[in-house]
Write a protein that binds this ligand. Structure first.
Ligand code: BDR
Ligand code: CA
Length: 326
């Protein structure tokens, strides 16, 4: 009996890789149904040139050099960049020092800027791809300003970002990806994307990956396990020593799981969300109208709950499935 056809899930990934972005990329690259059309890069955890090198490293180590990388915005739309990005947690290269453990990547970015590539690819694959945004939303805002038809061509937009109960990780009320470019985030959330799924910081806090699981994956004698530990160990140590977290906080892998496996989502109310761009304490806040006070139409599905075992199995599979090493 022949195998039933397996539908393909086409993805474009916008990233500021970053430790947890890199692990999310591994998940997408190893997923049996996913086809990654392109990776667009953006400032955030580290400078965008370093993001390009980090993405190139992951693609080479996963044996996926055919996937194009596009160079994106080096700065937010309006404001200055957040000082230091995430280097205090993720190390100077944003990959926990992993770039020292591998030869410098041969892969380079294409010449086409990310926003132009997003517009072109959306026209080539209208309504047939999921856009996964794992960093500040600058490239997406630029793309939709260039082409107002862009949002309607994105079947599903999955965003890691926001602190929907104002439990900020970068200011008292704001999450990193939103605070790194609040104006861009405001533009994106008001652009009329037909399907927006948001994995916020609070859901990340609810589902840390158990340290025992992370350690046991890393103990395997495989290229995938070495990639995992070389990228992940530095941040794991910082999370344990400085923040005493009960496990590995993995926002971007959870967002990638929402993109790869929507059926793993258990609760995602459809609500109106706006981004606060003003104020001292309020800047970067994702204001969610849980009770319908504003009269605004719902524009975002907030992923409040998902099956964590189901979500993290894709990372476990990625660790198993890397067979190549330069
Ligand atoms: C988000 O900010 C970045 O530092 C992480 O990569 C993740 O995308 C978490 O707030
Ligand atoms: Ca990220």
């Amino acid at each position: 009996m022949s195998e039933p056809a397996i539908a393909e899930l086409s993805l474009i990934i916008d990233t500021d890789a970053g430790v947890d972005d890199a692990l999310a990329l591994m998940m997408a690259l190893a997923h049996p149904r996913a086809r990654v059309l392109a990776i667009t890069t953006v400032h955030g955890n580290v400078a965008v040139d370093q993001v390009v090198r980090n993405v190139a490293l992951v693609l080479e180590q996963m044996g996926r050099e055919e996937i194009p990388i596009f160079p994106g915005a080096a700065r937010p739309l309006v404001a200055p960049p957040l000082e230091g990005g995430s280097t205090a947690i993720m190390g100077e290269d944003g990959l926990g020092g992993a770039t020292q453990a591998y030869p410098a990547p041969r892969l380079a970015a294409a010449s086409e800027p990310a926003a132009l590539a997003l517009v072109r690819l959306a026209r080539a694959h209208p309504g047939r791809f999921t856009l996964v945004a794992l960093g500040p939303l600058t490239n997406l805002a630029l793309a939709l300003r260039l082409d107002p038809g862009f949002p309607a061509r994105v079947a599903r937009l999955v965003v890691m970002g926001g602190a929907v109960e104002a439990r900020g990780n970068t200011s008292p009320v704001a999450e990193f990806n939103i605070l790194a470019d609040p104006e861009a985030a405001a533009v994106v959330f008001e652009a009329g994307f037909p399907q927006v799924w948001l994995l916020p910081w609070e859901t990340t806090l609810a589902y840390p990956l158990a340290w025992e699981t992370y350690t046991s994956w890393g103990r395997r004698d495989t290229p995938g396990a070495r990639l995992l530990t070389r990228i992940g160990d530095h941040t794991a140590q910082v999370l344990q020593d400085r923040f005493h977290t009960p496990g590995y906080l993995l926002p971007d892998p959870l967002a990638m799981a929402v993109a790869l496996d929507p059926d793993g989502v258990r609760d995602a109310p459809h609500v109106a969300l706006r981004v606060e761009t003003q104020g001292h304490w309020g800047r970067g806040l994702t204001a969610v109208d849980w009770q319908g006070h504003s009269g605004l139409s719902p524009n975002v599905h907030v992923v409040r709950d998902l099956d964590p075992d189901r979500a993290f199995q894709w990372l476990g599979r990625a660790v198993e499935d890397v067979h190549e090493e330069a």
